[in-house]
Design a protein around this ligand. Structure first.
Ligand SMILES: Cc1cc2nc3c(=O)[nH]c(=O)nc-3n(C[C@H](O)[C@H](O)[C@H](O)COP(=O)(O)O)c2cc1C
Length: 284
């Protein structure tokens, strides 16, 4: 029996599966052992399929049906770049619940991010409790009234944006402010360290961006927000963070009301130099 040939692999296989199960569960490696196949062929098949099965299963449970397709359909990179170019701040969200399985996918993507020394001093608070969200929204709104609203009213459109688009962005910012607590899920990325250095956030913001991209890939809207930190003490108390744990963002997530579209940025040549500061970068 094949299982006897590799008891370790057989033992580690997803619950209830055997080699046949693995081979059928992983169609792109549906090799069949035949009489005359040597042990090397069989153990290579087992190892490859076991590795593949680990991508398909998590703690012995099958990942969602489309997992492999979604992962492997990105192999040529085209879809990744499309996702990057259309991951915008999606501030208008439906209150409809988001399945935990999708939130899990987003969290897994966050956890793949680089972080200093791979120390992984991060934790992610998933907030669905409306009372908690409402308590934070009060401070988020206050920071808008005092700081952000006046800033939008008095500032010029940034590069790549005309006044009309900027006005629409300001309206979306105000909308999110008023509906912050209505987003069905928040993810609050935290670090267990005091932010004191310029690179303090460097071990958490890559995870944040991974999560924004993952949300976009799953058809969910999300926005990186940090405004609650204007009232850091008050909002972290409302979030119930223990001493020594600090939040770096709140990411409201939900199904978008509007459509995804391209991000608007200024021209690349205005912000990239070659070798010496001010010298044009000519790579096109
Ligand atoms: C550090 C940081 C903090 C941000 N905080 C907020 C925020 O509190 N509220 C908000 O609506 N958007 C916030 N944003 C989103 C930006 O406004 C948004 O990324 C920017 O306007 C570009 O828009 P786009 O991603 O849709 O192209 C933040 C973005 C960053 C990088």
């Amino acid at each position: 029996m094949l299982r006897r040939m590799s008891p370790v692999l057989a033992r580690k296989s997803p619950a209830g599966s055997d080699l046949e199960g693995l081979l059928t569960a992983v169609p792109w490696k549906r090799g069949r052992a035949r009489a005359g196949d040597g042990p090397l062929f069989l153990s290579t098949q087992l190892a490859e399929n076991h590795a593949a099965s680990r991508r398909c299963y998590h703690r012995g449970r099958p990942r969602d049906e489309n997992y492999r397709e979604q992962v492997y359909s990105m192999a040529d990179g085209t879809e990744l770049f499309e996702i990057i170019h259309t991951t915008r701040a999606m501030r208008r969200l439906k209150p409809d619940p988001v399945p935990d399985a999708l939130i899990n996918r987003i969290l897994e993507a966050g956890q793949c991010a680089p972080n200093g020394a791979n120390a992984q001093q991060w934790c992610f608070l998933v907030v669905k409790d409306r009372g908690i969200k409402q308590a934070v929204q009060v401070w988020y709104q206050r920071a808008f009234d005092e700081v952000i609203g006046p800033h939008y009213r008095s500032s010029a459109p940034p590069p790549g944006m005309d006044p009309e688009r900027y006005r629409r962005q300001a309206a979306a910012v105000q909308y999110l402010t008023e509906h912050f607590h209505e987003a069905p899920v928040w993810i609050v990325p935290c670090l267990q360290q005091q932010p004191t250095k310029r690179w303090s956030g460097a071990s958490i913001y890559p995870a944040v961006q991974n999560m924004l991209l993952a949300a976009r890939a799953l058809g969910l809207g999300a926005t990186l927000t940090t405004r609650h930190l204007v009232y850091e003490k008050e909002t972290e108390a409302a979030l119930g963070l223990p001493p020594g744990v600090h939040s770096y963002a709140i990411i409201p997530i939900g199904y978008p009301i509007g459509k995804f579209g391209p991000v608007r940025r200024g021209p690349l040549h205005q912000i990239v130099y070659k070798d010496r500061w001010g010298q044009a970068w000519d790579g096109t």
